[in-house]
Design a binder for this molecule. Sequence first.
Ligand SMILES: NC(=O)C1=CN([C@@H]2O[C@H](COP(=O)(O)OP(=O)(O)OC[C@H]3O[C@@H](n4cnc5c(N)ncnc54)[C@H](OP(=O)(O)O)[C@@H]3O)[C@@H](O)[C@H]2O)C=CC1
Ligand SMILES: O=C(CO)COP(=O)(O)O
Length: 363
Amino acid sequence: MAEERMRVAVLGGGSFGTALASIAADNGAEVRQWLRDPALTEQINREHINGRYLPDYAINPAVVASTEMAEVLPGAGLVLVAIPSKAFGDVVRQARPHLTPDQILVSTTKGIQEEGFKLMSQILEEETGFPHIGVISGPNLASEVADKQLTATVIASDDPETRTRVQTALGCDYFRVYASNDRFGVELGGALKNIYAIAAGMAAALGMGENTRSMLMTRALAEMSRFAVSQGANPMTFLGLAGVGDLIVTCSSRLSRNYRVGYALGEGKSLDEAVDALGQVAEGVNTVRLVRDKARAEGIYMPLAEGLYQVLFRGVPAKEMARLLMLGEQSSDVEFVLAREDVQRAHREQEGATQGAKGGGHG
Ligand SMILES: NC(=O)C1=CN([C@@H]2O[C@H](COP(=O)(O)OP(=O)(O)OC[C@H]3O[C@@H](n4cnc5c(N)ncnc54)[C@H](OP(=O)(O)O)[C@@H]3O)[C@@H](O)[C@H]2O)C=CC1
Ligand SMILES: O=C(CO)COP(=O)(O)O
């Protein structure tokens, strides 16, 4: 007997949702995509193009778009939610009456909800109470995925069925899907790296060199993992695709929207001008504010996030902030090898010895 075709539902008609819908269809699934824009829905169904978000790429004709959740969700084995963090909760609440507990619900969104500092999979879990919840994250620029450039991602879930089903639905000869059980770390990695992509874009616009970019990315990794570990994530996750992998691509590519916002700021545009010119979501703008506030409230050392916050929201010139950051604490390289506190203690002891020697000289 022929195996039944998998049904996949995608919520969101943006660039990443569309790219993933097309992969699932390439893999033979029956794919339905929900979006709120009727004109774009019609264009996807008739021309197999998403002219607003991915105009240069053909979508697999097996993807059927609809503005009705009731036509998209019932019967889908896998539901991918690709909606920016600001609207994610609202859309999940609209979807809720059409969902059932056997479905696998996966967020693709790299952002944080302000209310309760919630990650998207936590919203999926809370709004549905269902057991098969996961997150996709990794170095996945949507237009490169749509272009079938060789790419890898991570499916993170503590539920083995979720991991396996997503690997089967999306894994193919141009898209590899690695598994993780650290859902929180993978999801946090995706959200946090957006902050540093803005900083990297800014540094590039200011004419800073490759040494600077490398320093920025590596110290960003230290800062991201410090924050994530303070919140309960596994630091090893940050060595993977959803940590260092995504940091590399987003801090290096003008295809990244966060990088482009940073670049525009470095060219002297205001935050509003930079965001308006982009016309799409750059999650890092909101994330930097939320993370900086949380870091301050919990006493977590995050000089890069604090510096970027000062530039974005307090009008400090980016060049001046870079100068101040270079005068900051010279801390441990890898804190999981040499603790930051040990470096600080050694400095204090040396300072004490120097003061003592000076005092002795006067006595
Ligand atoms: N693009 C990328 O390269 C990647 C993106 N991601 C993540 O995926 C998430 C989604 O991204 P992406 O597809 O790129 O986003 P886009 O900005 O390309 O598109 C956003 C989509 O969400 C829809 N949307 C926004 N607000 C609402 C709402 N209130 N109700 C219904 N629909 C809404 C938009 O509809 P409308 O057009 O009608 O406004 C649009 O279809 C992002 O948070 C991002 O972090 C992850 C990996 C790669
Ligand atoms: O997350 C991404 C690539 O992995 C996309 O980054 P942007 O949201 O900055 O475009």
